[in-house]
Design a protein around this ligand. Structure first.
Ligand SMILES: C[S@@+](CC[C@H](N)C(=O)[O-])C[C@H]1O[C@@H](n2cnc3c(N)ncnc32)[C@H](O)[C@@H]1O
Length: 292
C-alpha cells in the first residue's frame, strides 16, 4: 500500500490500526480517536481537519507514532495530557488511576444528596487524583472536601490540579482508607463518596492492556477473591465517621450492587438504593446513616 499522505488516508490508516488492537476496549470509537490524535498533532480542532490536506512528513510520523502508542494501550488522557471531567480539565500522568467519565454520575448524585445542607464535610476515599471530590468541591464552594488515597502519586497529581484550577476547599491526604482524615472530623462527616478498587483478583487478567498495564494494579483490585475487601471497609469504617443522616455513595459495576446493598444494611444504613445512568455504565449505591 502507498504511504498515507492526506488527512483522509491518515485517518483511514489510524482507524484501522486502532480497530485491530487487542490492547484497548472494543467499545471505543476508533475513528473519533484517530481524528483526535491527528488534530492533536496538527494543533487544530478536529472539526477543522480537511480530508485533502497533506500534513508535513514530520507531522505524519508524529501522528502515526501516537496511533501506535494508543494501539499498544496507552490511555487517551495520557496522550492528550488531561481529561475533561465535570467541566474541569484534570491533568493526569502515568502512576495514577485515570478518571472515568462514568464517575460523573457519582458527582450528580452527591450534589443531589447534599441538597441544601450548609457547609457540608465530604470525604472522597480511594480518591485517586480526586475527580469526584474535586467536582463536588468546585460545585459546592461551602463544602469542606477531603480526598484520601493510599497513593502519594495520586494525591500529588490531585493537589496540582486543585492548585491550577483554583479549587481551594479540597485537601488531599495519603494513607490507608480513612486514616488521613483528621480526628476532629470523626462523627461529623455529612457524606462519603468512593470509587474503590473492586475487580476480583482472578478477573484482572481479562482486562485489556490499556487498564492492566497502564494503571497501577492496586488502583484496580484489592486482591480479594470477591472484590469486596475495601468496599466492606469503606462501609463499616465509614459508618463510624458519619453524622446520623449522613450519606454514603459508592460507585461500582452493576454486578456488585446487590452485595454492596447487603453491606450497607448490615452496617445499619437506611434508604439504601441503587442508581444508574442512561448508558448503564455506572451504578451508585446510596444509603443514609440511621439516627443514633
Ligand atoms: C478505582 S480507583 C478510583 C480513583 C478515583 N476515585 C477515580 O474515580 O478516578 C481506586 C483508588 O483506590 C486507591 N486505593 C487502593 N487501596 C487503597 C487503600 N487501602 N486506602 C486508600 N486508597 C486506596 C488507589 O490508589 C486508587 O487511586
Amino acid at each position: 500500500m502507498s504511504e498515507p499522505l492526506t488527512v483522509e488516508d491518515l485517518l483511514r490508516v489510524g482507524t484501522r490500526v486502532l480497530s485491530d488492537s487487542t490492547a484497548i476496549f472494543e467499545d471505543h470509537d476508533n475513528e473519533d480517536e484517530a481524528r483526535e490524535l491527528l488534530a492533536l498533532t496538527l494543533g487544530i480542532d478536529d472539526d477543522d481537519l480537511d480530508d485533502d490536506h497533506e500534513p508535513a512528513r514530520r507531522q505524519r510520523e508524529k501522528y502515526l507514532s501516537l496511533v501506535a502508542r494508543r494501539a499498544a494501550g496507552e490511555p487517551m488522557p495520557f496522550l492528550r495530557g488531561f481529561i475533561d471531567f465535570y467541566g474541569l480539565e484534570l491533568r493526569v500522568r502515568p502512576g495514577a488511576f485515570v478518571p472515568r467519565p462514568s464517575s460523573e454520575l457519582t458527582v450528580d448524585r452527591a450534589l443531589k444528596r447534599l441538597g441544601r445542607r450548609r457547609n457540608p464535610i465530604v470525604v472522597d476515599v480511594c480518591a485517586g487524583v480526586g475527580p469526584i471530590g474535586m467536582a463536588v468541591a468546585s460545585e459546592r464552594s461551602d463544602a469542606d472536601v477531603w480526598a484520601l488515597d493510599i497513593s502519594e502519586e495520586g494525591c500529588k497529581q490531585g493537589r496540582a490540579n486543585a492548585r491550577r484550577l483554583g479549587v481551594k476547599n479540597i485537601s488531599f491526604g495519603s494513607g490507608d482508607m480513612y486514616e488521613p482524615l483528621p480526628t476532629k472530623y470523626h462523627g461529623e462527616v455529612d457524606m462519603i463518596v468512593a470509587h474503590v478498587p473492586y475487580i476480583p483478583a482472578d478477573e484482572v487478567d481479562d482486562l485489556p492492556d490499556e487498564v492492566k498495564v497502564y494503571e497501577p494494579m492496586d488502583t484496580l483490585t484489592d486482591s480479594s477473591h470477591d472484590g469486596l475487601f475495601l468496599m466492606r471497609r469503606a462501609v463499616s469504617e465509614g459508618a463510624e465517621l458519619m453524622k446520623p443522616g449522613g450519606w454514603l455513595l459508592l460507585e461500582m459495576s452493576d454486578d456488585m450492587a446487590s452485595k454492596a446493598k447487603r453491606l450497607y444494611q448490615r452496617a445499619g444504613f437506611r434508604d439504601v438504593s441503587t442508581v444508574t445512568d442512561e448508558d448503564e455504565l455506572s451504578v451508585v449505591v446510596e444509603g443514609r446513616k440511621s439516627p443514633s
